[in-house]
Design a protein around this ligand. Structure first.
Ligand code: BG6
Length: 302
């Protein structure tokens, strides 16, 4: 595998051609190519200069999802916290071959890239806003068929803290009208477009036909959530999780897409769908000295 470091971004390419690019800003994955195709959506108007969270790819949401609640330790933070708008460090790479094929198929190589963020690296503003001692290690693993992202959160302080986390994946899709989301049937969700009211999903294959912003709760992380083709019902992406029991489904649709200065072109809402693995409907409590780990594995065009 080859690796290159350029313009504050790390790229890795497997011998079989798959590649991934991660910006140090936010440790945001901004490209994942598999089967010769880009799998992630990035807005043409996204800021890649560190002036704003990146509109696309996989922004990492930590330690709070959405606008922070009032009277909470996260209250002074911006929407979705500080991880996606902090400068991370590259900790290094490791590669491995799967045991069965060792020495044979190079294509079975896996390449893992690790990134770190700790309280000492935050801007003064963020440190003041969330004055807790923490360490994050974010690992991005590329294999021939999958992209895996996993986050370890360590409490390096002397008091407990609470956090939420979410991997805000923007999937690149050909046309929103031709996809369905499966694996949500019978799950309870909070509809953020309808005053955060609670509903139960009744569709086995959810079509996105309007602005959609829903937090699905209490999912079994091992059961895949699938973005499938409406034409032939075949999976386009499948998403399994570890320790992340919520899944957010978001599409801004016409008006919201126009309203976002960094979203473009306006019609691009048709070419993206966010299906976001997270632990966001509750708070995770981390004791002093303890660590927590969660993540997602995405398979593409199975
Ligand atoms: C989603 C939220 O995860 O992120 C939406 O559920 C939000 O409510 C969207 O609009 C995008 O957020 P932002 O801060 O990147 O514009």
């Amino acid at each position: 595998p080859t690796i290159s470091i350029q313009d504050n971004a790390i790229s890795a390419t497997l011998p079989s051609g798959e590649s991934v690019t991660i910006q140090l800003y936010g440790a945001t994955v901004t490209s994942w190519k598999a089967n010769g195709q880009e799998q992630l959506f990035v807005s043409q108007k996204a800021h890649l200069d560190g002036s704003k969270p990146i509109r696309g790819g996989i922004p990492l949401v930590f330690p709070v999802f959405g606008p922070p609640p009032q009277n909470h330790v996260t209250s002074p933070l911006p929407q979705h916290g500080f991880a996606r708008n902090s400068n991370w460090e590259f900790l290094g790479k490791s590669s491995s071959e799967s045991a069965e094929t060792a020495g044979q198929a190079k294509a079975d190589l896996a390449m893992k890239l690790d990134f770190g963020l700790s309280h000492t690296m935050l801007t003064e503003e963020f440190r003041k806003a969330w004055p807790l001692e923490f360490g994050l290690v974010y690992s991005v693993t590329l294999t021939k068929d999958t992209l895996e992202t996993s986050l370890q959160v360590r409490n390096e302080g002397t008091q407990n803290f609470e956090f939420q986390v979410l991997m805000h994946t923007y999937f690149n899709i050909e046309n929103i009208s031709n996809v369905r989301v499966k694996g949500l049937d019978s799950k309870t969700y909070v509809d953020k477009t309808r005053n955060a009211t609670s509903h139960t999903e009744t569709s086995a294959a959810l079509a996105i036909t309007e602005e959609t912003d829903r937090v699905y709760k209490e999912l079994d992380p091992a059961v895949p959530v699938i973005i499938s083709s409406a034409d032939d019902d075949k999976p386009i992406f499948s998403l399994t999780r570890k320790a992340l029991t919520d899944v957010v489904v978001w599409n801004p649709w016409i008006e919201k897409a126009k309203g976002m200065a960094d979203f473009g072109p306006d019609e691009a809402y048709q070419n993206m769908l966010c299906v976001e693995a997270g632990a966001v409907s509750e708070w995770q409590t981390l004791e002093a000295g303890e660590a927590w780990e969660g993540g997602q594995t995405i398979k593409s065009r199975l």
